[in-house]
Design a protein around this ligand. Structure first.
Ligand SMILES: N[C@@H](CCC(=O)N[C@@H](CS)C(=O)NCC(=O)O)C(=O)O
Length: 410
């Protein structure tokens, strides 16, 4: 059994087979015997003890095999070999890739079409940029009462769970909540409740119909389009159109640029499984950011002086850039803060009423650094960059002069 094994059932006892000798220099030469005194219970449910358990286990094994310390060369070579194969295995299962090691995102299973059903309920997770899009459009359109939300938190295995009471939705930064529609403990359970069941990827955002007890959609781009124009009878801001007919082609054109290179581009950097795939992704990402920086020097939003859905899609990736992607996904060529127009652009959108309340930076940082185990095995969360703090994002952006159309939000 590998010491790197991530989840060992709590009922299992770990039996250490140790060399009969503990002498420093008689490393692997000794015969092995089971030492009952060294039975250790690895209770992964006991979070307080799991770190100390595994490090004391490691120390005990090291001590028995090599004396007080493992020779550094051997330590590095052994762990590197074990870790590389474990990492490849984890990544191949968690982040599907093409033959060159490039991340290939699975297509969303439930796409929306047809008239919207009644009794809609939205499931989101706050670290997720795709879910964040839906929260912003819902807030701007004033759909909070018409489409209630349940906010899942990432569990230690990376799947979504409902474990916290709370989840304030208006007037304060939104937080994790319990499942308010179905009372489930996990999002997987909710997906399974649908007519016909479901055992595939349980992703957020997910739009559920309480009336038909079914998953209506789990593709963010469809959900934001529905929220923008499909529920105007229920919206407090029906007149706000984030996809006006005259801009639809431009919105689509920009989306074809930002989706592969920026929205999914940061994931293509972070989940690349070869140097070649990473190089390609990171070059395309920064080439596109340079292009956006230039474009936004004389255009308030992507499609001119009107905020549109494609700005929301760009915003939810850029707001996570310096706090997560720059560090964890190795998007290191520049920080977003170094792009003066892009940084002013995100400040501009952040300052639109109700947008800041959808940005929970603590949840975002925990979600990325603590949960994406294969990218950050130690789970240490870096400090929040001051350039991404609320106070900085509230500094004047100076972009009013580029447009005459304020965004009205009731
Ligand atoms: N194309 C989807 C992507 C959604 C997605 O990948 N969500 C991630 C969180 S950022 C998720 O829920 N992953 C859980 C899983 O894959 O099991 C969309 O835009 O809605």
């Amino acid at each position: 059994m590998s010491l790197l094994c991530a989840s060992i059932p709590s009922s299992h006892q770990f039996v250490v087979i140790s060399p009969a000798t503990t002498s420093h220099n008689r490393r692997l030469a000794g015969s092995y015997a089971i030492r009952p005194r060294l039975r250790m219970s690895l209770d992964n449910n006991n979070k307080n003890n799991s770190n100390s358990n595994s490090s004391s286990l490691l120390s005990a094994v090291t001590n028995l095999l090599w004396g007080r310390s493992l020779p550094p060369g051997l330590l590095v070579t052994t762990v590197r070999t074990a870790w590389n194969s474990t990492w490849q295995l984890m990544m191949s299962q968690l982040a599907p890739s093409d033959p060159t090691g490039g991340y290939s995102r699975p297509a969303s299973k439930f796409r929306f079409s047809g008239p919207p059903p009644n009794g809609l309920h939205l499931y989101v997770g706050l670290p997720c940029p795709w879910a964040h899009r839906t929260l912003i459009v819902r807030a701007l359109k004033g759909l909070e009462d018409a489409v209630p939300v349940s906010v899942a938190s990432p569990g230690m295995d990376g799947s979504w769970e409902f474990k916290r009471v709370g989840g304030v939705d208006t007037g304060q930064v939104i937080g994790p909540s319990l499942d308010k529609a179905n009372g489930c403990k996990t999002l997987k359970e909710v997906y399974r409740l649908r007519r016909g069941g479901y055992d595939g990827r349980s992703t957020v955002p997910m739009l559920w119909s309480k009336e038909s007890k079914d998953v209506i959609c789990n593709e963010s781009y469809d959900v934001i389009q529905l929220f923008n124009s499909g529920l105007n009878g229920l919206a407090r801001n029906p007149e706000l159109d984030l996809s006006p007919p005259e801009l639809k082609d431009k919105i689509e054109e920009w989306y074809q640029v930002i989706y592969p290179n920026v929205n999914n581009g940061v994931y293509r950097c972070g989940f690349a499984q070869s140097q070649e795939a990473y190089d390609r992704a990171v070059n395309e990402l920064f080439f596109t950011l340079d292009k956006l920086e230039d474009h936004l020097s004389n255009s308030r939003y992507l499609c001119g002086d009107t905020l549109t859905l494609v700005d929301i899609c760009l915003f939810t990736t850029l707001i996570r850039f310096d706090i997560a992607y720059n560090v964890l996904f190795k998007c290191t060529k520049k920080k977003l803060y170094e792009y003066s127009n892009l940084h002013a652009y995100i400040r501009d959108i952040y300052q639109i009423p109700k947008v800041a309340d959808t940005c929970n930076f603590q949840e975002i940082m925990d979600g990325y650094y603590k949960i994406l185990f294969p990218l950050n095995p130690g789970g240490i969360r870096p400090v929040m960059p001051s350039t991404s703090e609320h106070e900085t994002l509230y500094r004047p952006h100076g972009r009013e002069s580029l447009s005459s159309k304020p965004v009205f939000v009731k």
